[in-house]
Design a protein around this ligand. Structure first.
Ligand SMILES: Nc1nc2c(c(=O)[nH]1)N[C@H]1C(S)=C(S)[C@@H](COP(=O)(O)OP(=O)(O)OC[C@H]3O[C@@H](n4cnc5c(=O)[nH]c(N)nc54)[C@H](O)[C@@H]3O)O[C@H]1N2
Ligand SMILES: Nc1nc2c(c(=O)[nH]1)N[C@H]1C(S)=C(S)[C@@H](COP(=O)(O)OP(=O)(O)OC[C@H]3O[C@@H](n4cnc5c(=O)[nH]c(N)nc54)[C@H](O)[C@@H]3O)O[C@H]1N2
Ligand code: SF4
Ligand SMILES: [Mo]
Length: 712
């Protein structure tokens, strides 16, 4: 397969594309200059209507990844002496195919697994799903979006019958009178979004932020609710209780557009403000102020981030946020409703096209007979040959090795040993595999355990579509040719399929050809892309799905008239409060929570390679309140040993009154002895299977050196 047209040899050429990192998918212009050295400059696209000429420092410095000296330029194969050594593509692919065939024959297809990513284009997510189901015939495919968007997706599906992170465009933010950012630190995690929030404030709008830390985002708010970690569900139910008490419920809307309100109303009777204050630490006054702002403003909006979602009750918490906005009659109204700020570059599209254990393309479900028939027809197979649903991300990784039954794992776009909860467990589990294949542009903590590493093209070196946080499908254009020695993910999947005996279905000339099959596979499905073409995407500034025909304008706003459940009504679902799986006690008396720095991205596999970012943020710091630090005898920059029931990490202390005195915070962008995830908790949400990244119990003490190696 030759997916990329040849680029003219020129000294300097500019191409419009999008950022490699987050779901804001800033439009950017990349200028490649061929001189003595090849240099790639990045500027923000003034015309793209989402970022409007702004970007963050990660996007501006992303060009450094393209010609980076650490870039992989040849497949690597683990040798007898334990080292990874360069080999040819034929040797590497033959080896992988042969091992997959042998392991599948010995242990059955379910022993072969793959792990995908919200960083993958729609085309890659689609083809990975097809490869695992059709070629490997395994149910075990899941992806890092499980760690990211899964609770918001499950909560929205339950209430609305459909999940599109934001059911309205980003520009609606500027028009809402009251905005509540619930557990999102978007000033650091999506900086250009702040222009819409500042516009909203300049027009007299109010901003409320719910976060246990006074973040850069919280600092811009008129009301900051600095709640106890893991108590969001209590607060959300409490606000609904107050809305009922204060007569803020839109009775007419509830009667016309929803069902199940009576049960819900009864379920929040005990969520009275005094109890909620005791659980969350948010005063009754502040509860009343917050709910009045949402209920009495002509338009109001809740946008959630990972704070409330990355909990073992994340689905219920998102449900409670949605309930509140439904009860206030806001969902589907102009500049109003609930939305979630999707995280990864293609966190939205990545969850629609079948790399999730229970899904087929277009939000079809792998255990729904009609969906199986529709997709089997597109793929030219018998529906009975499609596997059933497989294990969720953490459960899949936890099952690696002979005891769990998964013998081979292919990873596309995730640094699983850094990003997973209870990381030392996953570090140990990947070493039990008979075959670990990692496709990446760089080595990272996960490739250290790999038998084979396959070097891939990066975002600017291939075409593909991404779906941003608004549900806007956009085209990443080819900016420059990939360097010699690397292949695209699509080419790797096709080459492996061929070696494993697929005679058809994996012969694509281009990413566009894969997209055309995806369009057909989603026709008539909930996430319908059938009317979106590359040609349109080149002309238009993205197209919002669902888009069921080439003449259809796309759908920027959902739920204006009806919801996606049969009958068109939104559904309430009682979600009583329950505490986090692990809460502080005498032995482990503090909360530990995790999140992000502006300068680093996720596992840090990419941003730790960019000097300009490492200069600003060379290491993770432990955010700690000065009162707690004094109790521990810790001064600023001193080392603190933090221990949970699962592991220990030493961090340099960063004293700050911005955090609650009962809570410690660290970012998860580093691995090994600096990995915050050695401490975190693998308790999973019963519906979404989201891990409890945001809450666990720890103890802390002053220490002289790094934490000891070894796991608990
Ligand atoms: N700079 C940067 N930007 C990114 C990323 C990155 O790694 N770095 N990653 C991208 C991705 S994949 C994602 S998912 C998004 C994430 O974007 P955000 O959701 O903004 O990111 P987080 O920092 O994980 O979490 C947000 C906030 O939740 C708070 N929090 C912790 N515990 C609780 C709690 O119990 N309740 C509440 N209400 N809040 C709590 C934290 O203090 C933190 O400020 O960012 C995207 N953008
Ligand atoms: N404690 C704690 N842990 C967390 C979180 C948290 O808030 N707290 N957040 C969770 C969340 S929201 C997320 S999204 C995960 C993210 O964490 P990870 O799943 O590790 O994701 P990344 O670090 O973004 O990317 C991993 C790799 O993908 C590669 N890559 C990028 N694009 C492509 C591509 O197109 N093809 C291929 N083959 N490779 C590619 C990069 O080079 C990088 O090595 O972490 C989760 N872990
Ligand atoms: S906000 Fe997100 S998309 Fe925009 S430049 Fe930063 S990382 Fe890239
Ligand atoms: Mo994420």
């Amino acid at each position: 397969m030759n997916p990329v047209p040849r680029l003219r040899a020129v000294t300097s050429e500019s191409t419009k594309t999008h950022c490699p990192y987050c779901a804001f998918q800033c439009g950017m212009t990349m200028t490649v200059t061929e001189g003595v050295r090849r240099d790639t400059q990045v500027t923000a696209d003034e015309d793209f209507p989402v970022n409007r000429g702004q970007m963050c420092i990660k996007g501006f410095t992303s060009g450094a990844l393209l010609d980076h000296p650490a870039r992989l330029r040849s497949p690597l194969l683990r040798q007898r002496d334990g080292r990874l050594a360069p080999v040819s593509w034929d040797v590497a692919l033959d080896f992988v195919a042969e091992r997959l065939r042998a392991l599948g024959a010995a242990h059955g297809p379910a022993s072969l697994a793959a792990f995908g990513s919200g960083a993958l284009t729609n085309e890659k997510a689609y083809l990975l799903g097809k490869f695992v189901r059709v070629v490997l015939r395994s149910p075990n495919l899941d992806y890092n979006g499980r760690y990211c968007m899964s609770s918001a997706a499950a909560g929205q599906n339950r209430a609305f019958g459909l999940d599109r992170g934001m059911p309205f465009p980003v520009s609606d933010i500027a028009k809402t009178k009251a905005l509540m950012l619930w557990g999102s630190n978007c000033a650091e995690t999506m900086p250009p979004i702040m222009q819409w929030i500042f516009e909203q404030q300049a027009a007299g709008g109010q901003l409320v932020v719910v976060d246990p830390r006074r973040t850069d985002t919280a600092r811009t708010a008129s009301l900051h609710l600095q709640l106890t970690p893991g108590t969001d569900l209590a607060l959300a139910n409490g606000l609904l209780h107050l809305a009922i008490e204060l007569g803020l419920v839109d009775q007419d809307y509830v009667a016309r557009r929803t069902e199940g309100f009576d049960d819900l109303r009864r379920s929040v009777l005990t969520s009275d403000p005094a109890r909620v204050e005791r659980l969350t630490g948010i005063s009754i006054d502040h509860q009343i102020r917050a709910v009045r702002l949402l209920g009495e403003s002509e338009s109001s909006m809740i946008l959630s981030g990972r704070g409330p979602e990355q909990q073992s009750k994340g689905t219920d918490t998102v449900s409670a946020l949605v309930h509140l906005m439904l009860a206030l009659g806001k969902v589907g109204k102009p500049a109003s409703g609930y939305g979630c700020l999707t995280g990864q570059g293609n966190g939205q599209g990545g969850r629609e096209h079948g790399q999730k254990a229970d899904q087929l393309p277009g939000y079809r479900l792998i255990e729904n007979p009609a969906d199986r028939i529709a997709i089997a027809k597109i793929w030219g197979i018998d529906p009975d040959d499609l596997p059933l649903k497989g294990k969720s991300a953490y459960e899949l990784l936890d099952a690696l090795g002979p005891a769990g039954g998964i013998r081979a794992l292919l990873v596309f776009g995730s640094n699983v040993v850094v990003a997973s909860p209870h990381a030392s467990n996953i570090e140990a589990k990947v070493r039990l595999l008979d075959l670990l294949v990692v496709c990446d542009a760089f080595e990272n903590e996960t490739t250290r355990a790999a038998h084979v590493v396959l070097p891939v093209a990066q975002w600017a070196e291939e075409e593909g579509t991404m779906t941003n946080l608004e549900g806007r499908v956009l085209l990443r254009q080819l900016v420059r040719q990939p360097p010699p020695g690397v292949k695209t993910d699509l080419a790797i999947l096709c080459a492996l399929a061929k070696r494993l005996g697929a005679t058809r279905g994996f012969e694509f000339e281009s990413a566009e050809a894969v997209f055309d099959e995806l369009r057909a596979a989603t026709a008539g499905a909930r996430a319908d892309y059938s009317g979106i073409t590359y040609e349109r995407l080149r002309r238009e500034q993205g197209v919002f799905w669902p888009c069921p025909g080439v003449d259809h304008p796309g759908t920027p706003r959902l739920f204006v008239e009806e919801f996606a459940h049969p009958g068109g009504r939104a559904r309430f679902h009682a979600v009583p409060y329950r505490p986090s799986e692990e809460v502080p006690d005498a032995e482990y008396p503090l909360y530990f929570t995790t999140g992000r720095y502006k300068e680093h991205y996720n596992s840090g596999a990419q941003t730790r390679l960019v000097d300009a970012l490492v200069d600003i943020r060379p290491e993770p710091r432990l955010q700690i309140h000065p009162r707690l630090a004094a109790q521990l005898g810790v001064v600023n920059s001193a080392m603190v040993l933090v221990e949970s029931r699962r592991g220990a990490v030493s961090f340099s202390a960063q004293l700050s009154t911005d955090i609650r005195p009962d809570t410690l915070f660290a970012p998860f962008h580093w691995g090994g002895r600096q990995a915050a995830n050695r401490l975190t908790m693998p308790a999973l949400d019963p519906v979404s299977r989201m891990p409890e990244f945001k809450v666990c119990a720890v103890r802390a003490r002053a220490t002289a050196g790094p934490a000891p190696e070894g796991t608990k």
